[in-house]
Design a protein around this ligand. Structure first.
Ligand code: NAD
Length: 350
């Protein structure tokens, strides 16, 4: 198994080093190859996604990504900015399914803005379509109309696009709580009506998975009212963009959350949901757990190593139970540790 390791900028290299340490400790037959991306790619090769980095990502069985972005490069033309690397990788690798788990370890429930009893033990997965919808639908633009400017975008989904994302959700549900809630706005939007019809037809092929439908406005409300009612939520690009950020905030800790973007063959790019955190970069205080948990997701979803993935997740739970906390999740009475020490503790608990 070949893994492309792309640490990126800011805290990227610090947190990635911890995930690599964890992967090494598992002693699996994996080869890891590292390459620069984002601002680091621009410095190395004048491009946020250098050709060599892209080639490595294409050849690899999975990509583990840190974070990109650095204020030093904010004034560059858009094509050279670090964030373009993510868009480029998604496009080149055909990554159409975004998987965002939101899990609240019981020990961290107090970090949520919601009451502990509402979120303690929360474990949901949002599956968001990444390459279609109103973000990419044509025509779009700003035109002159009746003497004033008018902006317009086109919400559009093809049947095949809905089918493949629905399958990702149903397959994921089979490995979890066996329930899928499909979220749309079928009471108003034609695109959503097609979405609902296609998801229902696909769902009939998964008799062991319970399928329900919910309007997006209700879902936004239910996520803060009673988030534990959900297992897997599947939705389009626009609704998923908003709902996945809402769901991540239920956990109250950006440094804990992994994510995946998958192609049709199950190859994926795995990354923490947070950015490069330039405000704390280089200080050895960043939380590496989101990246370590991203490595666990990678083992489970792309490398067929479910057992190794569970071992990492269990080790992370034990470290939290032992009271170790990086600064972002620290509360009174817990032991504050740095990035390196947190990584070492996970390794020791494997
Ligand atoms: P951010 O996620 O980098 O940081 C937001 C806040 O959370 C900061 O206070 C930061 O210190 C904290 N934080 C983030 N990750 C943490 C961790 N692991 N441990 C402890 N604290 C953590 O978001 P931002 O500040 O809006 O963006 C910074 C840069 O990252 C920008 O250049 C942005 O474009 C980029 N970005 C990249 C990605 C990505 O690579 N996928 C995602 C989001 C933002």
């Amino acid at each position: 198994m070949r893994i492309a390791i792309l640490p990126g900028d800011g805290i990227g290299p610090e947190i990635m080093a911890q995930a690599v340490k964890v992967l090494r400790r598992l002693a699996l037959p994996v080869e890891m190859h590292e390459a620069p991306v984002g601002g680091a790619g621009y410095v190395a090769a004048g491009d946020p996604l250098p050709a060599k980095t892209l080639a490595l990502a294409r050849e690899a069985d999975a990509v583990l990504f840190g974070a990109v972005g650095d204020p030093r490069y904010d004034k560059l033309e858009r094509a050279k900015r670090p964030e373009q690397a993510i868009l480029g990788l998604r496009k080149a690798l055909g990554l159409f399914a975004n998987l965002r788990p939101a899990r609240v370890h019981p020990e961290l429930a107090a970090a949520s803005a919601l009451k502990s009893e509402v979120v303690a033990g929360l474990d949901i997965l949002i599956v968001r379509e990444l390459t279609g919808d109103i973000y990419f639908g044509e025509p779009k633009g700003i035109r002159q109309s009746a003497g004033e400017r008018e902006g317009y975008d086109t919400m559009r989904y093809r049947e095949s696009e809905i089918k493949r994302i629905a399958r990702v959700a149903f397959d994921a549900a089979r490995k979890r709580g066996k329930r899928v809630c499909s979220v749309d706005k079928a009471n108003v939007l034609e695109t959503s009506q097609l979405w609902r019809d296609v998801v229902s037809a696909e769902g009939a092929k998964y008799p062991d998975v319970e399928l329900t439908h919910m309007y997006v406005d209700n879902c936004a409300m239910q996520l803060v009212r009673n988030p534990k009612q959900f297992d897997v939520i599947v939705t389009g690009n626009l609704f998923g963009d908003i709902l996945s950020d809402e769901a991540s905030m239920l956990t109250g800790s950006i440094g804990m959350l992994p994510s995946a973007a998958l192609d049709e063959a199950g190859k994926g790019l795995y990354e923490p949901i947070h950015g490069s955190a330039p405000d704390i970069a280089g200080r050895g205080v960043a939380n590496p757990l989101a990246t370590i948990l991203s490595a666990a997701m990678m083992l489970g979803y792309s490398l067929n190593q479910a057992q190794a993935a569970s071992r990492i997740e269990a080790a992370v739970s034990r470290v939290l139970r032992d009271g170790l906390r990086t600064a972002d999740i620290h509360t009174a009475g817990a032991r504050k540790v740095g990035t390196e020490e947190m990584g070492d503790a996970v390794v020791a608990n494997l």
